[in-house]
Write a protein of this length. Structure first.
Length: 107
């Protein structure tokens, strides 16, 4: 977890803090972060440190954030005249769009 400790040091320095101060502000012992070179901390503990530093868990660990796919209500979208529908980045001609909307409605 050397990278984790190094990332914490880097963010702490940017914020004018040392590791002891970061640890105590996160509710940990003064030496807790130093010990992470030998023992992996729990995710909630890392998140507490991230909060103190004003960064994300992913910023500290280098992990990619989990993406949650966006859910779209297609029925509502086809009825909303402000919804932009494109194909391959180009607007769909109005006559084709009307045919598609009828198909989606089951007409």
């Amino acid at each position: 977890m050397t990278d984790l400790v190094d990332n914490i040091k880097r963010y702490a320095k940017l914020r004018g803090m040392n590791l002891k101060r970061v640890a105590t502000n996160a509710g940990l012992s003064e030496s807790a972060i130093y010990n992470w070179r030998k023992h992996t901390p729990s995710k909630p503990t890392i998140k507490a440190v991230a909060e103190v530093l004003g960064v994300t868990y992913e910023d500290l660990t280098g992990e990619k954030a989990e993406s949650n796919p966006t859910t779209i209500d297609v029925k509502a979208a086809i009825e909303d005249e402000h919804t932009l529908m494109t194909f391959d980045g180009k607007p769909i001609p109005p006559e084709d769009l009307e045919i598609m909307k009828r198909l989606l409605r089951g007409e």
